[in-house]
Ligand binder design. Structure first.
Ligand code: ATP
Length: 338
């Protein structure tokens, strides 16, 4: 983990971002009031369970949503440009060159009919002036960089001839081909075995240090956050409910959702192997309450008066913020019952 400093330059600033999807002719927000900053050389983890809006957030940053079905408001400032205002042509020049993307499932991210070399070369052809010879060298160099031992052989193979971990290394090679300042990794280890997961996380950390890249790491796994990130934003029902350094959030979690997530991580030294289960689920977009704390229905033993009607972010310490004042009154149900 990189020690947080305040001297680095801000690379990406998201201001008051809302992304809504059209469902049966009406727009419903999937994420709203999103404010975040990422500086050079930082790894920011976005964590939350399925449906809380993590992918919507990164797809909005990457401009990957269908404009006919999506409404975006707010600003996404990257290297002095507001990405929400870009046309498709300009976006294409940024994607791949300045922002690299690593997807969850390497198999669907790769073209099954093309050799690995051709797939890496495509990015180089689009974004660089390298000649064929230089591109070939760069492909081998990239495969070396992502820890593929026999780069010449792998360059010649098709995706189905590689293991899941090798395929994800290839996807990472494509993402870093043009040395982007910024990488978005959307659940990069979810489809992989536990031992391979650790290797891929090591690789991401290595790339961040070597290339001085900033990384947004999307995950539902707090273990991954603790291992890899400098900062963490916890999302619930389309909003950031807690943000801070990994140390702040892990040592002094405040929001009831963060505390529940942390309680769900199996403890190596605990005699109790049962996982803590947070009852309920993230509401669908049509059922999302317009006011009140969206997490309140999952902690019904906390009285309504302890939640804010329009929950705001509250500053707890430098960089550490929590949504809604309910954290001041929260306790786990078992604590009351015991
Ligand atoms: N194109 C779309 N049209 C309509 N609703 C959508 C669309 N994409 C996502 N949603 C809805 O937006 C909400 C957030 O989804 P999103 O995929 O961003 O969550 P997530 O946290 O990334 O979940 P997962 O971990 O399962 O990918 C969900 O309720 C989802 O059903």
């Amino acid at each position: 983990m990189t020690a947080p400093t305040t001297k680095r330059q801000t690379l990406l600033t998201v201001k008051n971002l809302t992304t809504s999807f059209k469902i049966d002719g009406k727009f419903y927000p999937a994420i709203s009031e999103i404010n975040l900053k990422i500086k050079q050389d930082e790894i920011l983890a976005i964590v939350g369970e399925s449906g809380c809006g993590k992918s919507t957030l990164v797809n909005s940053i990457m401009g990957l949503q269908d404009p006919a079905e999506t409404k975006i408001s707010g600003e996404i400032e990257f290297e002095g440009q507001d990405l929400t205002q870009l046309d498709e042509h300009t976006y294409n020049q940024i994607r791949g060159a300045k922002i690299g993307m690593i997807f969850q499932d390497p198999l669907s991210a790769l073209d099954p009919l093309k050799r690995i070399e051709e797939q890496i070369q495509e990015t180089l052809i689009y974004h660089t002036d390298l000649n064929a010879h230089e591109r070939h060298d760069r492909v081998l160099d990239l495969l070396d960089q992502v820890g593929i031992a026999d780069s010449k052989r792998t360059a010649h193979q098709f995706p189905h001839q590689l293991s899941g971990g090798m395929r994800q290394r290839v996807v990472i090679a494509i993402a870093i081909a043009c040395k982007p300042d910024f990488i978005i990794a959307d659940e990069p280890t979810t489809a992989l075995d536990v031992t391979i997961q650790a290797q891929i996380l090591d690789l991401l950390r290595h790339i961040q240090t070597e290339n001085h890249a900033s990384i947004i790491l999307i995950t539902h796994d707090l273990g991954v956050v603790a291992e890899t990130a400098d900062y963490v934003h916890v999302m619930y029902a389309g909003k950031i409910v807690e943000k801070g350094s990994v140390t702040q959030v892990f040592n002094q979690p405040k929001h009831p959702y963060t505390r529940s997530l942390l309680k769900s991580i199996p403890q190596a030294d605990s005699e109790n192997d049962d996982l803590y289960v947070i009852q309920g689920s993230v509401p669908s977009l049509q059922k999302m309450p317009k006011t009140g704390d969206a997490f309140a229905p999952r902690i019904p033993w906390i009285p309504a008066r302890d939640h804010e009607e329009h929950p705001k972010m509250h500053r707890l310490a430098d960089g550490h913020e929590v949504r809604c004042t309910c954290y001041q009154h929260f306790y786990f149900k078992e604590e009351r019952d015991s």
